[in-house]
Ligand binder design. Sequence first.
Ligand code: GSH
Length: 210
Amino acid sequence: MAKPVLHDYWRSSASYRVRIALALKGVDYERSGVDLAGGAQAAADYKALNPQGFVPMLEVDGRRIVQSLAICDYLDAAWPEPPLLPADPADRAHVLALAMVVGADIHPLNNLRVLKYLTGPLGVADEAKNAWIARWISDGFAALEAMAAPRSGRFLFGDAPTLADIFLVPQIYNARRFDVPLDAYPTLVRADAEATAHPAFAAAHPEAVR
Ligand SMILES: N[C@@H](CCC(=O)N[C@@H](CS)C(=O)NCC(=O)O)C(=O)O
């Protein structure tokens, strides 16, 4: 197998998820930067590869895989150790649900194109844009805290990192970037601290790949 190539952007949280999964699996890969700040994701050459105009995208043996959840699922199938999801079907559904609070319900509302639409065509001021970001992170984190706390351990579920932590850590990074208070989410903050100290999460951190 040729070395996989990850098309990503250092500060993209969906890319950060995939970098964590790759590092946890110990996969040797190359990065190809897509400059979101400069609009490279919308250029015709990139959209010909990924019609959604998003990062991340993983190229493996001539195949292109998009959507961070699908990429993580691919990595888990191709490199089963360590597993990203528990084996028990109900536990697996629980961990996927935690990840989806972030991936499906928080992150899409604060995506770059959404924020650009707010501040551009809708004429929303920066202060209101930041309130929008904080609103959806806080709303999602409050639910995530309540869902995760009863079954958390050192990590969001149990004592080893799972897909839930892979989705949580980049979203906490985003929350801190936008000064969203996190005091009300002790389980999330604890799991984030534990994960951040893990070498695979550290290697994937935006500042480590910038
Ligand atoms: N659901 C997608 C979301 C990907 C996504 O939103 N990527 C962002 C960066 S975090 C992006 O490429 N945004 C480009 C834009 O909004 O123009 C996934 O999980 O991969």
